[in-house]
Design a protein around this ligand. Structure first.
Ligand code: HT7
Ligand code: ZN
Length: 847
């Protein structure tokens, strides 16, 4: 498949009014009969009928209005089937095909496949073409009628059930949808069921389908679904639109979950949770992803994307909505900080390296490579900026207009921005650069103080990114507040709208020189730089009324301590002492402030400052600082560790999770001086997985986890999700010098079922997450990863391509590491038969 270009978009030359599918399911030789009701878009401009579908489809029959066409008019290549215009009626006609496919051989988990005996599908982005010949593009939307034939007890598809008897089930989805939202599931499943009454009084049947025995771990997912349905009605006025909503958990899944109309399919790790198997983070993530997929029903399904270049139209907006949901249900301040941490760790990293691309790319080879942090997380940030610029009321008006105007459409970013222009009267031409331009702007702030007037001068610049050498200025909303010398706020938050490369703003009639609290709430996805001494940062950490800016002051102090030596370290240690004693602050906030920046983040900071990060030195410096903090504040920390015990039975609620998160952060520091004693005890007494895993990570880091690992394996050896954690923690927390050896050892185990994406990610993602381990000076981390990417690519190209991003920062290391990383990437690139997915990723990384 050649490179796809946004500029080449053309509507499909046919209209499709109904799709009827009839599937007889079998591990080998599933028979798929498809009937498509078609009509030429313009009968006077005859066009060939080109359907997507490759070599995996064994074509058994093809008719047009019941007649087989002249074989000379039907051609096939590796990717599609073409029926010449000469063989097609000028009036509406029905095309019928029959194909056979082998789900059992499908290790790529794209199209129809088997996961532990359950038939299931994954059709986004281009999986439907592995099921039958079809116009597999999001702007072709139609009604589906589906018949499933199988002896398996549960047969599900999209829409509402029509009938289910004697191994035959019929489903009808009256909402037109593109093929990527098609789904079916067939298996031996049981449901946790409930009901939801919509605000207009309609009764919806809700089911979370799991394997028999897993029901007692599906309740939290159901609770999360009900909360999501209520929230979308209350906040966005969006009501559910079918009689049933089904969620199914499967063990083999390439990503987290999929928003198929009325039949969401989930990676089981994002459904199943019980206190003894899931951590607080798992619970929060389940709640957020259930919400995310549910919210897609309006932002993605009712309004979908015209083409895959518009992916951030649905993903950015839906991430933004799920972030709002979590903020409303839990702590908004903590959620904002966590989201910024994710953005910086994943998206800033992407934006600074060879894989940088805009939220709306204008070219791709393999669309599956563009389900990225830039499309998702930056896509959400761009919407946050829009909301900040137009205000909450105008945002609500614009969203109402979006739903009213585009319901049933396959829309574009232009449509989205036009809605905001029409709702607010603003011209968003300039703002659109956030969608079309890659790279993270650096925003420099300078202050001047004279006669009661504070002048802030901002200068923005963005480094070139692949294919985009010149970076014009962007619209940047900069939220600023002023804090007086006594710690009181003297000017509430004001959003400065920067539009030029350099711009000045003034604050007048001020009594005394204030301290500037800048980029409050992280009002734009930029890197703010300013000359600020450590004392002022400590002041902001103590007094800023904006929680994000307060946390950020602490972050900057920590990074300064880690990169600038002893004096800076002392300032940070003192500031942490003050924070430890601040009992008024939310424990989760204190935990975030107490957790040192990760090694990857420190490396990113050094690279941004123009230095070459040394992974071993970073690892040592971080450990050393943690030890100094522990020694300096031993009593306070010990007191806090005891005070943050959560009494009673485990509950995943935000307040309890917050206390546990602070206790765990403290445990990590105290372990630097107690030899892991507390962790050892906690592992033995804790009844919940949150504390057990935290303790285990500490023990692994200290090289004394052997007995604990054995205990966990004995208890949970047959629980895949717990064993994924067991694999991951051993590699991720291993002392860097041992990480590759540990990974190599674990990879020889019989239960290293590497074709399972979760297990593969546990091991290889664990290694990639061990910064100094992956970047081991002898290149062993690179070689081990390359070996496994090569192996995985033959089975599951999507997973191999995604995991290859472990290498994306390679250009920032020293020449020796660079040479070794490049050699590993070139070894992959040289492979014959490499997938399009991995080839595109690797060639972008070594371009
Ligand atoms: N929209 C879904 C994306 C997704 C996906 C994409 C490519 C390959 C497999 C996939 N599974 C799910 C999930 C979401 O963003 O909600
Ligand atoms: Zn999504």
């Amino acid at each position: 498949q050649p490179v796809q270009h946004l500029a080449d978009y053309r509507p499909w030359p046919f209209l499709l009014s109904e799709t009827r599918l009839d599937l007889t399911l079998a591990a080998r030789g599933t028979i798929v009969r498809a009937a498509l009701d078609l009509a030429p878009r313009d009968p006077d401009a005859p066009s060939d009928l080109v359907l997507d579908g490759g070599a995996g489809l064994q074509l058994r029959a093809l008719t047009i209005d019941g007649q087989a066409p002249d074989p000379a008019h039907v051609t096939r290549d590796d990717e599609r089937l073409t029926i010449a215009a000469a063989a097609l009626p000028r009036a509406p006609f029905t095309l019928e095909t029959e194909v056979a496919i082998d789900p059992e051989d499908n290790t790529a988990f794209e199209g129809l496949y088997l996961s532990g005996g359950i038939f299931c599908t994954q059709c986004e982005a281009e999986g439907f073409r592995h099921i039958t010949f079809y116009p597999d593009r999001p702007d072709v939307m139609t009604v589906f009628r589906v018949t499933l034939r199988s002896d398996l007890p549960v047969l599900l598809s999209n829409g509402n059930p029509v009938s289910d008897a004697g191994g035959v089930a019929e489903w009808h989805d009256h909402w037109p949808k593109p093929s990527y939202l098609f789904a079916l599931v067939a298996g031996d499943l049981v449901a946790v069921s409930d009901r939801f009454t919509t605000r207009s009084g309609r009764e919806i049947a809700l089911n979370v389908w799991v394997r028999p025995g897993d029901q007692d771990r599906a309740g939290f997912a159901m609770e999360s679904l009900i909360k999501s349905m209520r929230w979308d009605e209350d906040v966005y006025g969006r009501e559910y639109d079918l009689d049933v909503f089904n969620i199914v958990a499967v063990d083999d899944f390439n990503m987290g979950a999929m928003e198929n109309k009325g039949l969401n399919i989930f990676n089981s790790k994002l459904v199943l949770a019980s206190p003894d198997t899931a951590t607080d983070t798992d619970y929060e993530r389940i709640e957020a992803v259930i919400a995310h997929e549910y919210f897609h029903n309006w932002t993605g399904n009712r309004i979908t994307c015209r083409d895959w270049f518009q992916l951030c139209l649905k993903e950015g907006l839906t991430v933004f909505r799920d972030q709002q949901f979590t903020s409303d249900l839990r702590s908004a301040a903590v959620k904002r900080i966590e989201d910024v941490q994710t953005l910086r760790a994943l998206q800033f990293r992407e934006d600074q390296g060879p894989l940088a691309h805009p939220p709306r790319p204008d070219r791709y080879e393999e669309i599956n490579n563009f389900y990225t942090a830039t499309v998702y997380e930056k896509g959400a940030e761009v919407i946050g900026m829009l909301k900040r610029l137009v205000g909450d009321a105008a945002y609500a008006r614009a969203l109402d207009l979006y739903f009213a105007r585009h319901d049933g459409d396959a829309a574009t970013i232009e449509d989205w921005l036009k809605v905001f222009e029409d709702a607010t009267g603003r011209d968003l031409t300039h703002f659109k650069r956030w969608y079309t331009d890659a790279g993270t702007p650096v925003l420099e702030m300078a202050e001047d103080w004279q006669d009661g007037i504070l002048t802030l001068t901002f200068a923005q610049s963005t480094k070139p990114t692949p294919g985009q050498p010149d970076k014009p200025a962007r619209v940047i909303p900069i939220a600023v507040g002023l804090i007086g010398p006594d710690g009181d706020e003297v000017a509430p938050t004001r959003v400065l709208e920067m539009t030029e490369a350099r711009q000045t703003f003034t604050f007048e009639a001020l009594g005394a020189r204030p301290v500037v609290s800048a980029l409050r709430g992280f009002s734009a996805p930029v890197m703010l730089t300013r000359q600020l001494d450590d004392a002022t940062r400590a002041f902001l950490l103590a007094h800023d009324t904006d929680p994000f800016a307060r946390w950020e002051a602490g972050r900057e102090l920590a990074l300064s301590a880690l990169t600038r030596g002893d004096e800076a370290a002392q300032a940070y240690i003192d500031a942490i002492g003050a924070l430890l004693g601040d009992e008024a602050a939310d424990p989760a906030f204190r935990a975030l402030c107490l957790t040192l920046p990760g090694e990857e983040e420190i490396a990113t900071r050094l690279a941004a400052q123009g230095s070459t990060p040394d992974p071993d030195a970073i690892h040592a410096a971080r450990g050393d600082l943690a030890r100094r903090i522990a020694l300096a504040h031993q009593d306070l920390l010990t007191g806090l560790y005891d005070a943050m015990t959560v009494p009673g039975a485990y509950s995943p609620d935000a307040a309890s999770a917050a206390r546990r998160s602070l206790r765990i952060a403290v445990l990590g520091l105290l372990a630097r001086i107690d030899g892991g004693e507390r962790a050892q005890i906690l592992f033995g007494v804790a009844s919940n997985m949150t504390e057990r895993m935290a303790a285990l990570a500490v023990l692994v880091r200290l090289g004394r986890a052997g007995p604990a690992l054995k205990v966990l394996e004995a208890e949970f050896g047959d629980n895949r999700l717990v064993m994924d954690k067991w694999f991951a923690v051993q590699v991720m927390a291993a002392p860097p010098g041992r990480a590759v050896a540990v990974a190599r050892d674990l990879a020889t185990r019989r239960d290293f079922d590497w074709k399972n994406p979760n297990r593969f990610r546990a091991l290889l993602g664990g290694l990639a997450g061990n910064h100094a381990g992956f970047h081991a000076a002898d290149g062993a981390g690179y070689d081990f990863t390359a070996d496994w990417l090569i192996r995985m690519d033959a089975a599951n190209p999507q997973i191999a391509a995604r995991m290859s991003t472990a290498f994306e920062t390679w250009p920032r290391y020293n020449p020796d590491r660079r040479a070794r990383a490049r050699a590993a990437l070139e070894r992959i690139a040289a492979l014959e038969g490499l997938s399009r997915n991995t080839r595109e990723m690797v060639s972008r990384m070594i371009a």
